[in-house]
Ligand binder design. Sequence first.
Ligand code: GRF
Length: 194
Amino acid sequence: MEKLTGKNKINVAVFISGRGSNLYNLIQFSKKKNSKINIKLIVSSKKNVKGLIYAKKNKINKIILNYKNKLNAEKKLLKNLQKNKIKLICLAGFMKILSGKFIKNFKGKIINIHPSLLPKYKGLNTHQRVIEKNEKYTGCTVHFVNKNLDSGKIIMQKRLKILKKDTISSLSKKLLSLEHKIYPKAIKKIIINL
Ligand code: GRF
């Protein structure tokens, strides 16, 4: 079998807007022996966010998008994705909505991680809403991105039982660690078809 070297690994861009714990986790995953991905580009919709320190530390190219003008932001984005020969986009806490046109350009090549058992609890404040609804379970989902929010085909899900003593903060902590487990697994699952 052909050995995957830095040259024939799949180039990945990770899109963030904040803390970047999933980004950090994916960088660690990409450094593992036999890893098939190479994180080539970090895209942030905000400047000075914590996640951007991982670009500097790991010498990964980064761009910051100014979403005041979405058309220009996506033009810059496309240029950089092409320049870096990006084959897979991983959204990881990216708080902007990509245009339908942009998503069409990368059909089947954009994935996202969401802190709920989709299709339940799309959008924001998921932990608060599952608690308010007295749900027995919550979880996280990796899914393909289509033009509708948190609605694309599901790649992988992990369920978590909600305990009586759970709070927004305890759920968010527990789920984040589950997210870090399933995001790399989901990438492994889809990478053969890219
Ligand atoms: C995660 O909970 C993810 O599911 C959601 O945004 C959060 C990002 O966290 N889409 P981080 O920036 O990766 O730490």
